[in-house]
Write a protein that binds this ligand. Structure first.
Ligand code: PGA
Length: 252
């Protein structure tokens, strides 16, 4: 399966910094990357991304993603951005259920499942994040937690589950510099793959990304694992040389 390397810029950047970052990435992007590449940018910068693709054609090899999407279609939901709006700006992906959304914005498993559904209905691939906290890992609950989070998305999305991208992001590894070892990550990915297999006969289509302090030096060993089909990259996606090294590791 073709790997996917997706950058998650989070709430970082500005017009000048984004332009420099994208130009640097474009300059180092292999002509025909063997992996798929995406950047999930803050919503106000989607138009900038589109304009830059027109100016720097190599960037058309990078797909655009959002960092969140509303579960609602339209109406009185101040501050929300609908899947249809994202689609108008050429978004191919939308991250849903990132642990920062679950934690700071109180998003429940059911809300995350509804967001995935709204994305799919608009033709956007949701990148559904699951992952345990440090306390949950230490209590031996990792499998139970990620299975509960994924079960909600399977329940709401039925056979469409084969259309999602899944991302395992242990909360304790996000932005901390602590990475799950390749073996730890692979073990959870295998659990998730088994759960997906029971839900769809199209499991071979579902990419399962790893996220949480993936960087230029640990990417290759993580991406070498049987069930790790790519990465969701936060901090390292803001530095062109690092992001390019991760793309190169996925191409190897
Ligand atoms: P990180 O973030 O790579 O900075 O740990 C990953 C993520 O939160 O998606």
């Amino acid at each position: 399966m073709k790997k996917l390397i997706a950058g998650n810029w989070k709430m970082n950047g500005n017009l000048a910094a984004n332009e420099a970052l994208l130009r640097d990435i474009a300059a180092g992007l292999p002509a025909q990357p063997a992996c798929a590449v995406a950047v999930c940018v803050p919503a106000p910068y989607m138009a900038q991304f589109k304009a830059m693709v027109a100016a720097v054609p190599v960037l058309s090899g990078i797909d655009l993603g959002a960092q969140d999407v509303s579960s609602q279609q339209s109406g009185a939901f101040t501050g929300e951005v609908s899947a249809a709006m994202l689609k108008e700006f050429g978004c191919r992906y939308a991250i849903v259920g990132h642990s920062e959304r679950r934690h700071y914005h109180g998003e429940t498993d059911a809300v995350v499942a509804d967001k995935a559904k709204a994305a799919l209905a608009a033709g956007i691939t949701p990148i559904v994040c699951v992952g345990e906290t440090l306390a949950e890992r230490e209590a031996g609950q990792t499998g139970e937690v990620v299975k509960r989070q994924l079960a909600a998305v399977i329940h709401t999305n039925g056979h469409c589950i084969s259309e999602i991208v899944l991302a395992y992001e242990p909360v304790w590894a996000i932005g901390t510099g602590k990475t799950a070892t390749p073996e730890e990550a692979q073990a959870v990915h295998a659990v998730l793959r088994t759960q997906l297999k029971a839900a769809t006969d199209q499991v071979a289509r579902v990419k399962i990304l790893y996220g949480g302090s993936m960087n230029a030096s640990n990417a290759a060993s993580l991406l070498a694992q049987a069930d790790i089909d790519g990465g969701l990259i936060g901090g390292a996606s803001l530095k062109a040389p690092d992001f390019l090294k991760i793309i190169a590791a996925a191409n190897a």
